[in-house]
Design a binder for this molecule. Sequence first.
Ligand SMILES: Nc1ncnc2c1ncn2[C@@H]1O[C@H](COP(=O)(O)OP(=O)(O)O)[C@@H](O)[C@H]1O
Ligand SMILES: [Mg+2]
Length: 263
Amino acid sequence: MALVSVLSAKGSPGATTTAMLTAALWPRPVLLLDADPAGGDVGVRWPAASGGPLDGDRGLLPLLTQARRGLSPQQLLEQAQPAAGGTPVVCGLASPEQAAAAAALWPAVAVAADELTGPGGEGVDVVVDAGRVTARSVHLPLLRASAVVVLVLRADVSGVLHARERLRSLADVLRRADGLRPRVGVVVVDGPRAADAGQAAAAVLDAGDWAEDLGRLPLDPAGARVFSASPVSRPERTALVRAGRPLVATLAAAASGELRRVA
Ligand SMILES: Nc1ncnc2c1ncn2[C@@H]1O[C@H](COP(=O)(O)OP(=O)(O)O)[C@@H](O)[C@H]1O
Ligand SMILES: [Mg+2]
């Protein structure tokens, strides 16, 4: 059982959409944790299973005050609420100011999520929407506790350049005290030409052999609307969900694999 963190380097390539898709299609019991330090998007975008909006007052916000004493896996579970389709979601903070002031929150949430997924935990995997991540991000403890870190990028020049640079700068900070680090990979959101995605992945990964190519997602506005208040008929037929299935199978297999020992 494991944490899988989804992040971006710059811009808005689709990290939140990829995280919601991953959680919705995950083959085991799962929790989607919105940990975007710029302010959570999942709660404002994905409706609740009841049909109304998700309750933004439930989620990381109530944990802010509790975190100084540490957090248990149960405290994290208590803040989850079902989104449309049934996936349990822990909503994120409202603003970057809140996230930056929450110094005690991130390590405490990382410990709680790790215990939730670990031996003796509830057998629940956690998909984290980590938003934009840099080597100075406040929520690096959550990334370090992950089994898999997934960088989402678009198949264009700036997407590739920023992804390369970010992987380089994260290499050191993802290393844990025990000498292990998460598996790190990229998911390319295709442009209109499919060949571009393969080239983009190759260009990012030739920066080093420590990151892997985890797969592709198509640019599919109809599919992206599955995670919004506008109804989509037969979501399972959208290109995004169809491409999501093999991608999520790859991520789930990677999440049950071994951590990498850093030389
Ligand atoms: N695969 C995709 N196909 C079409 N639109 C997408 C896709 N992924 C994301 N989007 C759209 O792009 C915008 C940004 O996506 P989002 O997931 O919020 O990105 P990020 O979390 O990286 O900022 C949203 O309007 C979203 O619906
Ligand atoms: Mg986002």
